[in-house]
Structures are given as structure tokens and as C-alpha cells.
Design a protein. Structure first.
Length: 716
């Protein structure tokens, strides 16, 4: 049992999460994660703040040795900005509201971080020890500060700050104007912060956007005040302004102070209701942690692993933890604020999808392990009805199509989803260039080659959805375009995908890419691997091309990503994922990297394509462990994956599902979603099983090359 809930020790998991992905010189180089506390998909996460966060910088880095407070963060990923944040700062003696002045030192040995509970011992300027303990529900942070005796303790709540509007370095600031109110009778500090660092991304101004909070303490205040721009004004209880804070002092005898902070995107009153609903008066920090711990236990203990080391389990559970953080809840008591139309609506809602990343694996993991949330997540996207153009493509089409194919089509408005997919244009150049020419022109739109490949896959997703909704003509039309589009930018002369200008001329191999190059993107045809193999000249040529890709150092798994493949993927999983601080090789991207690893090492299938009924390919993956037992939510029996000798034997010799041999390395979602008994026979030598699936002979390769050449000549 991973999270055995014990009444007298509710905060201590059996395997504490290590800070995987929290270190490195740059957060993007080691995961970009933070050791936050919150339940799965929590609206607000709480984290020790070791640096000021903005786009490309997280609020915590393992290399730091000073803490500036404890932040309520809504930053969904490293490459997106913070919004509506608040920071709770304990202190002794003189109140110091400025970020750089209020830091307290700590040692790593005095810090404990987990999914549910965080604890740290800090040193104040007089050498006294200030202990902080922290847990959280979805909309309430629960903190407990233990101060030295006779230390003149206080708690400051930073409401607004200088907000960095840019990337990589804090050179451009805005100064959001918020408000604060102190109520000594109710023992509360409340207020709002309109900070929104991603407003430059758009698409809507959201003028009423703000975050609201109510912080309620369990001990009386002996004095109070506010700070504006670093200047203290004692005895004030109301204020508005930039760089605004409110503070309260306690009697020297108040060695332990609890504060519960309810947050909201709707109003102060809603923040107060959230506080009272989730962490009512009289609830101890241990009791709050107990409930949150049970929420994680219900999910993380769906999988039992045999043959794994403690280090393996730490990596696994941390990956599972990462994969169940986004998208996060933004609704409160069945209502949510929408920045698209600047109003409050009645419905459940989520935000922070990062779809360009998570459609590849994280979404499939969530469909398996949190199916109860999928309808509301899709409905939330339909409520928004348009995307923010943060990344190229519109992979919401893929999420919706996958949900429909996997049995959720009757749980949301699939017709509305189809209307959104085909009737609302968010793809740059879709109707002006892509549709008439077949590719996105590099001399008209940026990232043209990447866009073309993404649009081709999105067309395929729309085709799949159309077929599921019996829209036969549309399915054929979008399906045809999904194949012709990617072939239109394959340069037969070089053997790579390449951007093209509006005239049809090649733009150059280094042009038109998003977070990658021609080596990475030439393989980016998930909906038609046989067609891609044919373009590359058949099986033998394609395998040689893969060898060049890996042997030449072109595989940039740091930004996501048969016996030969089994070995390659095994090496990636072991080299790029481990239980150290730098145990993620690149940007976690809202759980995507961890989901890839979880499928790779523990559930050895991969959500490769939407092609009905093929949902998973296992030729490329072999299990790491002797036995994995999965109790999928709602399944009548467990999914048991047995692979005797897997820790030492690298190759798959054969595979059976419920005793029936599997000839091709293809498994459908339906075969595993309701439970099954899957048995891998392993070998220490390369095997032929599954090797003939990718393409079927040189005839297909020749036909593919000839078709592409004819099409490109016709276009020119």
C-alpha cells in the first residue's frame, strides 16, 4: 500500500515524494515542477516560494536556500505565467514586506516535501527557528506556523506584487492594483489580486479577472497594518494599491498559529464559502491532510507493482502525481468565472490543459484512471469553445475524438464538439493557405512546417469524430486531406519534411519548426505510420533512418517524445527518468513526460493513434517489472500484466490476452478498459514478434513515393 491512511499519522506517506523535476540550472532542463501540496486537479496549489515566478521561472527551485513565503500558485506550467497569486509570509520582529528583505534561510535536511504535506524549519534573523507545516484542499490552503517564544511573531499576506511581463529575465514590470481588508473581530484578512501574467497571450482582455482570498486565523490579533510599495502603515485595516500587503501580529505566547486561506476567482464571499465548505472551523491541519491524502490514495493505489525497487516506486508514484495535476479545477460550488466573456457561469469547469503537449499521452492516462472527470473536462473545453493559440494546431480535436471513441460520447455534447472542430477557425492560415494549397506557407505564417503536420493530424482527428457521428462525407474529406497534407511537405530529394513557401518552393531545412527540427518532425505522422514508412522507402530504409536519428543524437526526448525499438525506448526511460532531483530530463509540460514514462514502464502500451479500433501499440514497449495489477475505475476485474523476468530480459517473445495469442503488436482500448489478463513471454535475445506491422513490403513504399511525386508535380 502506497498511502496507508493511519489515524495517528495522516500526513506521512509510505514513500515520500522526492523532488523529482524541481532542480537544475534552468527549470526547463529538469522538469519545471514544484513540490506543491494539493489534491488531484486542485484549483490552487501551495508551495514554498524560493524565487519570484513568471513565464519560464517557477516559484521553487531545489538549489535555493532561502524561503520568501508560501505561495498560492495558479501557474499551470513553466512556460505559462502566474495569475491571481497570494503569498503567506511568517516572520518575527520587524515586518519586512519586500520580497528580497523577508527571506529566511533553511537547510535541506530540515525540509520534507510530499504530495499532501510540506514541512520546513527556517531561521529568522535572530537565529530563532520558525517551523512551517502546510497542506491543502482544492480551494483552501491550511498552514501552521510555530514561532520561537518571545519572538514578536507576525504573518504578512502579500496581495499584489510587481509582475514580470516577459521571458527569461525580469526586465518589464506591471503593477496590478489590488485590495486588502483586515477584520480583527473575525480574525480575517481578505482581498483581491488581478495579476494575470499571460494576458499578452490572449485572446480576450478579461477586464474583471481577479483572484480573491479570505485568510482566517485561529488566534487573536494584537495589532495590524498594511504595506504599500514597501512602506508600513500601522493600524490601517483597508487599503488598495500596487505592491500591497496586509499583516497581523500575535501575542508572544502564541507559539503556534494556524491560518486557512480560501481562494476564489469569483468573489471574496465565494472564497469565504470555499473556506467554510472545505476546511471548516475547528479542523486541524492533520485532519485536512488526512482528507487530501485519501484523495491521492484512491488513485495512486489503483496500481500494485511486483519486482520494483523502492527507487522505481518513488519515480512511479511521483510520475502518477504529476499526471493528475492538470487541467485544474476552476469551478466553485458549480460556478466558474470565464475570461472569454468576463462573466460567471453555472457549470463545472477546468483550465490549464496544455493540449499541444498532453494530447500525446497524458490524456489517455487520465481516460484510464480518472474517467469520472473526462466528461466535465471535455464540456469545459466546449464551454470555452475556442483556444488561446498558445501552441500551433488545435489538438482539442484529438482529445474530443479520443473521448468519443473510448465511450464518453454520450456524456457530453458531441455535436457541439464537432461544430467547434470544423466551424471555428483558430488555425493560422487554415482557410487562406492550408486548405487551398495543402500546406501552411512559410513566407506567410511562422512555424509553417510544424503547423502543416499538426493540421494534418487535427484533420485526421476531425475525420475520426465525423465518422463516429455518421458524417460520412466529412469523414472522407478530412481523412483525405490529413494524408495529402503531410505528404505535401515531404521532400523526396532530401528524405525529410520541410517547410514550403506559397509558391511551392522549399523554404530550407532549418525553417518552419516549433521546438524541434526536421529530424524530430519527419517522424510526426502518428495517424499514418505505414504511409510515412512508404515515403522513406520501406521497412529497411525506415529502420536505417531511425538508427540515424538515435545514433546521431537527434532524439530530443527532453521536449516530450521491433526489438531495436524496445531497446531504444528502454534506454530512454532509464536514462531520462529516475528518482533524483534532476530525474526529469526536460519540461514536464503538465504531466506529459511522466505519462509517457508511466505507459512505457508500468502499463506497457502506448496511445499511439486514434484509428478505430486500434488504441494502443505494444511492439515498441516491453514491461520493466514482473507483474503489474491495475484496478481501473469501474472495471469489473483487474488488468493484470505478467512479464516474468522483465527486469533482466529486454525483449518480447510473445503476448497473450486472456490466453489468446496476439500476432500483431496492436491492443485496443476495449481489450484493456474492463480488465484483462495479459501475459508477456520475455527473452534476453532480440525476437521477430511484432516486427512486420509498421509497413507491408516494398510495393507499398514504391506506391507511396510515386503518389507523392505525382501530387507535388501537380501542385507546382
Amino acid at each position: 500500500m502506497f498511502l496507508e491512511v493511519v489515524a495517528d499519522e495522516p500526513t506521512q506517506p509510505r514513500y515520500c515524494f522526492r523532488m523529482i523535476g524541481n532542480g537544475g540550472i534552468t527549470p526547463d532542463g529538469s522538469g519545471g515542477m514544484i513540490p506543491s501540496v494539493a489534491p488531484p486537479f486542485g484549483m490552487t496549489r501551495w508551495v514554498a516560494q524560493t524565487r519570484s515566478n513568471y513565464v519560464s521561472v517557477t516559484p521553487y527551485n531545489h538549489t535555493d536556500r532561502e524561503i520568501h513565503g508560501f505561495q498560492a500558485t495558479h501557474q499551470p506550467a513553466i512556460w505559462m505565467g502566474e495569475s491571481a497569486t497570494f503569498t503567506v509570509v511568517p516572520g518575527t520582529g520587524e515586518v519586512k514586506p519586500r520580497f528580497e528583505d523577508r527571506a529566511m534561510k533553511f537547510e535541506k535536511k530540515d525540509e520534507q516535501a510530499g504530495a499532501v504535506y510540506y514541512k520546513v524549519q527556517m531561521t529568522d534573523e535572530k537565529g530563532g527557528e520558525v517551523k512551517t507545516e502546510m497542506t491543502a484542499t482544492s480551494r483552501v490552503g491550511h498552514l501552521r506556523f510555530t514561532f520561537p517564544k518571545n519572538s514578536d511573531p507576525f504573518v504578512l499576506l502579500e496581495v499584489t506584487r510587481a509582475s514580470v511581463m516577459g521571458y527569461d529575465s525580469p526586465t518589464n514590470f506591471t503593477y496590478p492594483v489590488g485590495s486588502v481588508h483586515i477584520d480583527p473581530v473575525a480574525r480575517e484578512i481578505s482581498g483581491n489580486n488581478p495579476e494575470r501574467q499571460d494576458f499578452l497571450i490572449g485572446p480576450n482582455p478579461a477586464p474583471s479577472f481577479s483572484g480573491y482570498f479570505v485568510a482566517r486565523f485561529d488566534v487573536p490579533f494584537v495589532s495590524w497594518g498594511v504595506a504599500r510599495n514597501g512602506s508600513i502603515s500601522a493600524n490601517e485595516i483597508d487599503s488598495t494599491g500596487a505592491q500591497l500587503s496586509g499583516y497581523v501580529r500575535f501575542a508572544d505566547a502564541s507559539s503556534a498559529v494556524n491560518v486557512r486561506v480560501g481562494v476564489s476567482f469569483i468573489s471574496v464571499d465565494q472564497a469565504r464559502r470555499n473556506l467554510e465548505n472545505e476546511v471548516p472551523d475547528g479542523l486541524s491541519l492533520e485532519e485536512t491532510a488526512y482528507e487530501t491524502r485519501k484523495a491521492w490514495k484512491d488513485k495512486l493505489e489503483t496500481i500494485a507493482i511486483e519486482g520494483a525497487t523502492k527507487e522505481n516506486l518513488t519515480t512511479f508514484y511521483t510520475g502518477f502525481f504529476h499526471a493528475l495535476q492538470y487541467p485544474y479545477e476552476q469551478s466553485e460550488e458549480g460556478k466558474y468565472y470565464s475570461g472569454y466573456d468576463d462573466t460567471v457561469h453555472d457549470s463545472d469547469s477546468y483550465t490549464g490543459y496544455s493540449i499541444w503537449d498532453t494530447f500525446r499521452a497524458a490524456w489517455a492516462w487520465q481516460i484510464l484512471f480518472v474517467p469520472e472527470r473526462i466528461p466535465a473536462m471535455v464540456t469545459s473545453m466546449l464551454q470555452d469553445y475556442k483556444e488561446t493559440n498558445i501552441m500551433v494546431g488545435t489538438h482539442a480535436d484529438s482529445l474530443v475524438a479520443e473521448a468519443v471513441l473510448k465511450g464518453f460520447g454520450d456524456k457530453f455534447d458531441a455535436e457541439l464538439a464537432y461544430e467547434a472542430g470544423v466551424g471555428y477557425e483558430v488555425r493560422a492560415g487554415l482557410s487562406t493557405v492550408y486548405a487551398p494549397k495543402g500546406w501552411v506557407a512559410n513566407d506567410i505564417h511562422s512555424e509553417a512546417a510544424s503547423r502543416t503536420l499538426d493540421y494534418a493530424y487535427d484533420d485526421y482527428a476531425v475525420a475520426v469524430l465525423a465518422a463516429a457521428l455518421n458524417k460520412t462525407a466529412d469523414a472522407e474529406s478530412f481523412g483525405t486531406r490529413s494524408h495529402s497534407a503531410y505528404k505535401s511537405i515531404f521532400n523526396n530529394g532530401t528524405g525529410f519534411m520541410e517547410a514550403r513557401n506559397a509558391s511551392g518552393a522549399w523554404a530550407g531545412q532549418d525553417q518552419g519548426w516549433t521546438e524541434g527540427d526536421m529530424w524530430a518532425y519527419t517522424f510526426d505522422v502518428p495517424h499514418d505510420v505505414p504511409g510515412l514508412v512508404a515515403l522513406k522507402g520501406g521497412n529497411a530504409s525506415f529502420v536505417d533512418f531511425l538508427d540515424q536519428h538515435f545514433d546521431g543524437g537527434h532524439n530530443a526526448h527532453t521536449n516530450e517524445a521491433t526489438s531495436k525499438t524496445q531497446q531504444r525506448v528502454r534506454d530512454i526511460a532509464r536514462e531520462d527518468y529516475n528518482d533524483t532531483i534532476d530525474g526529469l530530463s526536460g519540461n514536464e509540460d503538465c504531466g506529459q513526460m511522466s505519462a509517457w514514462y508511466l505507459f512505457r514502464a508500468y502499463v506497457p502500451f502506448f496511445p499511439y493513434t486514434l484509428d478505430d479500433p486500434v488504441m494502443f501499440l505494444s511492439a515498441f514497449f516491453r514491461p520493466f517489472f514482473d507483474k503489474v495489477t491495475i484496478n481501473l475505475p469501474g472495471a469489473p476485474r483487474p488488468l493484470v500484466i505478467t512479464s516474468k523476468g522483465a527486469p533482466t530480459k529486454k525483449y518480447v517473445k510473445s503476448l497473450t490476452i486472456d490466453g489468446i495469442p496476439l500476432v500483431d503488436p496492436v491492443i485496443t482500448h476495449a481489450q484493456i478498459a474492463h480488465g484483462a489478463n495479459i501475459v508477456f513471454e520475455m527473452s534476453d535475445r532480440p525476437q521477430a514478434w511484432g516486427s512486420a506491422t509498421i509497413a507491408r513490403g516494398e510495393d507499398a513504399a514504391r506506391e507511396g513515393r510515386e503518389h507523392t511525386e505525382r501530387a507535388q508535380k501537380a501542385e507546382l
